[in-house]
Design a protein around this ligand. Structure first.
Ligand SMILES: *Cc1c(COP(=O)(O)O)cnc(C)c1O
Length: 339
């Protein structure tokens, strides 16, 4: 595990680690990475290169870094209340065919595949089928690539599993965590890898080539330890489960109930809720200034983007606060965009 000071940096470290790993195996010509369209992995230059090249808010910097390989965005899937998933099998198998072809076409140049498991965040709050992760694992193994999961937004329970990859039971070679690592209080992130990846580097005699002055900030680490301790405490109502699990279940139920009302609006394309993430997708771009003002008048601060209004409330949110938040967002959408 390597501690980094922000999510973007820990993704940079993951990329370096993947390139160094390939170099250590005598495959230094593997310099490119395969990423998913619709993904978001950070704002530094190397990470910009693996964000969605069109929608990733970095289009004006295109041509700065190496050209990476983009696989199509996986088709959306709808999580069901019981823990299952509604998936369009035809769409999924078409996606798989395209993904296989995309990787095969660049096999010898690729070092790794990177994705945000199950939930693409800043690239569009897009929820996709967990089976996709199994396909990516297979492809990585078949072509000698490392599989990197960017769990910076999804980690520590947010999607209803401790890590979103657990929806599929797929284990990556490298994993990035950040954001909720400190409960959102201080900037800290970490790049984790398997023993096999670490030992490959070790045997090559080259340490991980990343070592800025301030990393693993002790204050941030203390906050992370405190937050992880809270997360893993037993649920007061159900001693067999961890505290976060009960909290995220309550968020999911509350968001389904309150945001669900908007699914009947003519202005709304879809309402989706996964764990502690609630999304209202409109049929048109959000009228930003009006919607945020309408929500603030009802006591809620939200930050919409594109055609999306989303909420990711803190786990300590009480049921009345959650009700107020959900109702404020739904009312703001109804008032500005129509019911
Ligand atoms: C936020 C985020 C990042 C970047 O993290 P920063 O701490 O903002 O640099 C990278 N990947 C994902 C999936 C994110 O959500």
């Amino acid at each position: 595990m390597f501690l980094a000071d922000s999510g973007s940096i820990c993704v940079e470290v993951a990329l370096k680690l993947a390139l160094q790993y390939q170099h250590a195996r005598g495959q230094g010509e593997r310099q490119r990475v395969a990423a998913l369209r619709g993904g978001y992995h950070g704002d530094t230059f190397a990470t910009m290169g693996i964000c969605d090249p069109v929608d990733g808010m970095h289009a004006q910097f295109s041509g700065q870094g190496p050209e990476h390989v983009f696989l199509p965005r996986p088709p959306s899937a709808v999580p069901e209340p019981g823990g299952g998933w509604q998936v369009d099998e035809t769409e999924l198998s078409e996606w798989e065919t395209q993904a296989r072809a995309g990787i095969a076409a660049h096999s010898g140049e690729l070092a790794a595949i990177i994705c945000e498991p199950v939930l693409q965040g800043a690239g569009g709050m897009h929820v996709y089928a967990p089976q996709v992760l199994g396909v990516l694992r297979q492809l990585a193994d078949e072509h000698g690539l490392l599989l990197i999961f960017d769990e910076i937004a999804t980690g520590f329970g947010r999607t209803g599993r401790l890590f979103a990859s657990q929806w599929a039971g797929v284990i990556p070679d490298i994993m990035c965590v950040g954001k909720a690592l400190t409960g959102g209080y201080l900037s800290l992130a970490a790049t984790l890898c398997t023993t096999s990846v670490a030992q490959t580097l070790e045997r090559s005699g080259s340490p991980l080539l990343h070592g800025p002055t301030f990393m693993g900030n002790p204050l941030a680490c203390a906050v992370a330890n405190g937050s992880l301790r809270l997360l893993s405490e037993p649920d007061p109502q159900d001693k067999g489960a961890a505290r976060w699990q009960g909290q995220v279940n309550a968020l999911q139920d509350g968001l389904r109930r309150t945001l669900g009302e908007a699914s009947g609006f003519s202005s709304v394309r879809q309402v989706r809720v996964l764990g502690g993430v609630g999304v209202i997708q409109l049929r048109e771009p959000v009228r930003m200034a009006e919607v945020t003002a309408a929500a603030v008048r009802r006591g809620a601060w939200v930050r919409p983007f594109r055609d999306l209004l989303y909420v990711m409330p803190p786990y300590v949110t009480g049921s009345r606060e959650l009700e107020q938040l959900g109702q404020a967002v739904v009312a703001a959408v109804g008032q500005v965009h129509g019911r």
